[in-house]
Write a protein that binds this ligand. Structure first.
Ligand code: PEP
Length: 255
């Protein structure tokens, strides 16, 4: 059976107010058609989750942009995976490059993945190199991220997570250039190889999605030629029209 595609919108630290957040969310929910083959997840800032959860829609699930590994206690400023789950959140982005840039290590991410899985959340684990070098050392960077982030995760839980390949050089306004579908496909195959080497070939594999300047124009290439299982979108997720077009591209695809 074909697995559903998944489109994750990462709003990052946007918008400013909860009324704006509600407007964007409701607008996207209205624009989205009925979906059979695609899951849509929106990850707003923590402070808007409770309000957005109360908006009735079956088309969008909620995700968080981070979670801490401790269960509860003296962790000032942190939010646990279980707190998110109790709030009605289903997904959590972990190891985003913007958090790695603030000092988050593969070991931290590993603990967060375990806590998220334990709480019943679906971790969306971000990996990706900062730059591409001609000697192809970037493959080792991604290999180490995958091996260290997934260390000690039980085999049967591997398919419960989603891996987002996000080459840092292709993300955001300062992107050097767009990645190509071929570059994604190569990294996706490489990722699956590392996982089967570590956990065996018999396990059910996670979905591998692409992130980095995805929009309504380049989405179909990543789906068709790149064989992406979906997207992690930043800027595009704040624009109802563009985000809906990306979702429709995934929904229309049949392999
Ligand atoms: C991101 O930061 O995860 C991202 C993919 O951003 P953008 O789509 O804006 O490049």
């Amino acid at each position: 059976m074909q697995r559903k595609k998944i489109i994750v919108g990462n709003w990052k630290m946007n918008p400013l107010s909860s009324s704006e957040a509600e407007k964007i969310f409701v607008n996207v929910a209205k624009k989205l058609p009925t979906l059979k083959n695609t899951e849509v997840v929106i990850c707003p800032p923590f402070v808007f989750l409770d309000k957005l959860k109360k908006i009735r829609t079956t088309k969008i699930r909620l995700g968080a942009q981070n979670a801490f590994y401790g269960e509860k206690g003296a962790f000032t400023g942190e939010i646990s995976a279980e707190m998110l789950e109790l709030l009605g959140v289903k997904y959590v982005i972990l190891g985003h490059s913007e958090r790695r840039a603030m000092g988050e290590s593969n070991q931290d991410i590993n603990k967060k993945i375990k806590a998220a899985l334990f709480a019943g959340l679906v971790p969306i684990v971000c990996v990706g190199e900062s730059e591409r070098d001609e000697s192809h050392k970037f493959f080792n960077v991604v290999k180490m991220q995958i091996e260290e982030c997934l260390a000690g995760i039980p085999k049967n839980l591997i398919s419960k997570m989603i891996i987002a390949y996000e080459p840092v050089w292709a993300i955001g306004r300062n992107a050097v250039r767009e990645a190509t579908p071929e570059e994604f496909r190569e990294m996706s195959i490489f990722t699956l190889k590392i996982i089967s080497k570590k956990f065996g070939t018999k396990i059910k594999m996670p979905r591998i999605i692409y992130g980095g300047s995805v929009d309504e124009k380049n989405a179909s290439g990543f789906i068709r030629e790149g064989e992406a299982d979906g997207f992690l979108a930043g800027r595009a997720s704040l624009n109802g029209d563009i985000f809906t077009e990306i979702v429709k591209t995934c929904e229309a695809y049949e392999n």
